[in-house]
Design a protein around this ligand. Structure first.
Ligand code: UT7
Length: 329
């Protein structure tokens, strides 16, 4: 029997126009362009300004662009998954709202919360529906309005994050391309180091939680850094080893963009050179669900059919994972 795989057949990103650069941040908190650049690699990030706009608005732009460039009608889409930690609302799912805003009426749509690894979790989930034949066209979105949960008086976190959305079209293929293998992992004991303290059922919103600034990202940078360096590099090395892939076989590493030093460590461990690593953290910062699709979107013209691509991510939870795919077009 011919094996069906899920292949990426289109990719589209979207970032809001406003750019918050390190210089502007210097006027907001006690930081410097030098500190931010050397510790993180970030120079600027895009921020969604304007009332009444949420994650779904950025994602809808990406989805509309994706449908147009791939000549796909909204009614052909059977599944929409949105990876996000900044949903428009606790419920309904942001994926439902995006579907409504883009005319997608025949899909079942839901959100995936795996923080910075969300896009990988969502891609793997959607790929299983494609592989079994129950869905013919799926859209996987990574989108976050991180500015909505960032405390712009805290230099520890406000220099790190940006807003963005990316949308990926997945379709079945019988060729030797598409998603070849994946490893997804999580360790909930890591939740203490990276989370949002209030707003959920454990600690519903109250005047006290607002006064205590508990609706913003809380991160203990160093422990997260240590885990991220180890786990992202380990999982990328493991997926290569178990598929007998050597560094010279890899066309691109597409790492989650949280910190240039974590990206460098992962690339070193895999033995791949800088020219094989997609890096755009300097212009977008950490956009959580958005980082990997933004990279693929920007490198789309350089990718060739059959290229071996390794995606790798680490995020809150802790969650981490890696996907090996062969580019399909
Ligand atoms: O995306 C999901 C997963 N997240 C990650 O992977 C992030 C992992 N962590 C990191 O990337 C890094 O830990 C950070 C970039 C968040 C921080 O870098 P670091 O090298 O770990 O710095 P640190 O937190 O150890 O802070 C070092 C110093 C401290 O000052 P003292 O105590 O040494 O006097 C901080 O107060 O740098 C200070 N600092 C800053 N200084 C200027 C912290 N933030 C800033 C800042 N500007 N923005």
């Amino acid at each position: 029997m011919t094996r069906i795989r899920a292949a990426i057949t289109g990719i589209q990103g979207w970032v809001p126009p406003y750019i918050l650069n390190n210089k502007e941040l210097e006027s907001m908190v006690d930081t410097s362009d030098e500190w931010i650049t050397t510790r993180t690699g970030i120079k600027e990030r895009h921020i969604q300004k304007g009332k009444g706009l949420g994650t779904s608005d950025m994602a809808a732009e990406a989805v509309k662009g994706l449908l147009e460039k791939t000549n796909t009608r909204p009614e052909e889409i059977g599944m929409v998954i949105c990876a996000t930690v900044t949903p428009d609302m606790i419920f309904p799912a942001t994926a439902n709202i995006i579907s409504d805003k883009t005319g997608i009426r025949n899909a079942f749509s839901f959100d995936m919360n795996a923080a910075c690894s969300g896009l990988l979790y969502a891609l793997v989930t959607a790929s299983k529906f494609i592989e079994t034949g129950s869905v013919k066209k799926a859209i996987v979105i990574g989108a976050d309005k991180m500015s909505s949960i960032t405390d712009y008086t805290s230099r520890d976190t406000c220099v790190l994050f940006g807003d963005a959305a990316g949308a990926i079209l997945l379709e079945p293929t019988t060729e030797e391309v598409g998603i070849m293998d994946s490893i997804m992992q999580s360790d909930g004991s890591g939740r203490f180091y990276l989370h949002m303290k209030a707003g959920g059922s454990l600690k519903p919103p109250s005047h006290e939680t607002i006064d205590a600034k508990e609706h913003f990202v809380y991160q203990e940078g160093q422990p997260v850094f240590k885990f991220a360096v180890t786990k992202m590099a380990d999982v990328a090395a493991e997926i290569m080893a178990r598929n007998n892939l050597k560094s010279e076989d890899i066309s691109y590493l597409v790492p989650h963009q949280a910190n240039l030093r974590i990206i460098d460590a992962t690339a070193r461990r895999m033995g791949v050179g800088t020219e094989q690593v997609m890096i755009n953290i300097e212009r977008y910062g950490n956009t959580t669900g958005g980082t990997i699709p933004l990279c693929l979107w920007e490198w789309e013209n350089k990718l060739k059919k059959g290229d071996n691509v390794i995606l790798a991510a680490f995020g809150g939870g802790f969650t981490w994972g890696s996907i090996w795919l062969k580019w399909a077009y």
